[in-house]
Design a protein around this ligand. Structure first.
Ligand code: RP5
Length: 162
């Protein structure tokens, strides 16, 4: 199976990235994680993206906060699909990172998930890989069914809590 390549701009983004790695692990999807910054280590971020396809990656996830240019910088250097996670920083509630990640120019797309949306980033990566992987698609179907059953259990219980 193709791997998911994950980069974060700082180790301070780790709690958000952990949501993604936990989800990937639960779906038996291999991944590799790095701390590469678009601003502090631009050469390493660029090289990882440029070699990603030949190194066996199928999707990239980039998590960054504040002036969050990492997902765009990765996307500029690969034609693999890139998923951006805007991470909430100390100011502006993550709106800075959201706009920096989502507002990409035509030609260099970044599929941007919600602020701090590590879980959905992993699920979107899984769904991309599942286009060509029937066994993974089955695992995703099973997760959807389990999630729905959990909601219906809450529905059955809600009246007793009022
Ligand atoms: C961004 O700046 C990182 O992705 C992080 O979210 C933010 C702050 O980084 P640190 O100062 O915590 O290393 O590049």
């Amino acid at each position: 199976m193709k791997k998911v390549g994950i980069v974060m701009g700082s180790d301070s983004d780790l709690p958000i990235v952990k949501k993604a790695t936990d989800m990937l692990r639960s779906l038996d999807i291999p991944f590799e994680v790095h701390v590469y910054s678009a601003h502090r280590t631009p050469d390493e971020a660029r090289d990882f993206a440029r070699r990603a396809r030949e190194n066996g990656f199928g999707v990239m996830i980039a998590a960054a906060g504040m002036a969050a240019h990492l997902a765009g910088a990765v996307a500029a250097n690969t034609t693999l699909p890139v998923i951006g996670i805007p991470c909430q920083g100390p100011q502006l509630d993550g709106l800075d990172a959201l706009l920096s990640t989502v507002q990409m120019p035509t030609g260099i797309p970044v599929a941007t998930v919600a602020v701090n949306g590590g879980g959905n980033a992993a699920l979107l990566a899984a769904q991309i890989l599942a286009v060509e992987d029937a066994a993974l698609a089955e695992r995703l179907n099973a997760k959807r069914a389990a999630d729905a059953a959990a909601v219906l259990a809450k529905d059955a219980d809600i009246a007793s809590r009022l």
